[in-house]
Design a protein around this ligand. Sequence first.
Ligand code: FPP
Length: 246
Amino acid sequence: MHFFKKKTKNMELPTAEKLRPDDSFKHIAFIMDGNGRWATEQGMPREYGHSAGAKTMKKVCTYCCDIGFKACTVYAFSTENWKRPEKEVNAIIKILENYMDEIIRDYKSYHNHFKFIGDLSVLPPELLEKVRKVESLNLEYDQVFNIAFNYGGRSELANAFNRLASKGVTHASEDDISAEMYTAHCGDPDMIVRTGGDMRISNFLLWQAAYAELYFTDKFWPDLTEDDVDEIIRVFYSRKRRYGGI
Ligand code: FPP
């Protein structure tokens, strides 16, 4: 059951007593869209929007882990994002590298561990080493922050089928396929949030999204706040999940 903790004497509920995720809402995922438009609106280059987006990602996802989500997943770079201008792609890779350095330095201030999902074989070896180092930190914490990088849902599924075939599985069950997904460690997202106004999934967690609640907002990703997360939680608990039943 989800719950409001006991009210204090004063009527305004302080942050610590807002609606919090429980066992029916373990995993939240974000399609972080709108960085480019956010920057353009301010007369700044798109890369500036990604830097702002990275700050929002740290703030929002740290908040999600701290308030009790078992898993928080972000779509940081898709298999299609390579089509972007080289300058923009390089800026995102640089942001990733700086972020890895920061976690390696400050990991004790996080109360979650980190996992990358996607095909990381394309990363420069030195960066890949930092990513693997980050994944080895904070493993004593249950909460996981998943970063989808060079991720594509169709490619994830194709890889899963190929792996099953190479194991000699000719009749895969749904559980067999779920076990081959990058998210096998944390289960499917209960809600997928997309910022930036578009209403599509864009090849994100295709298999895992089967029963996810969807939440769309016009806000650009850099503008998302902890209060928005509280509102998203409220909306989640206002939905009726029937999983095909009545
Ligand atoms: C989509 O917005 C955003 C991306 C493709 C990149 C998301 C990256 C970050 C938030 C920061 C990087 C984080 C890591 C871990 C590397 P868009 O550029 O499509 O925005 P637009 O729709 O307004 O053009």
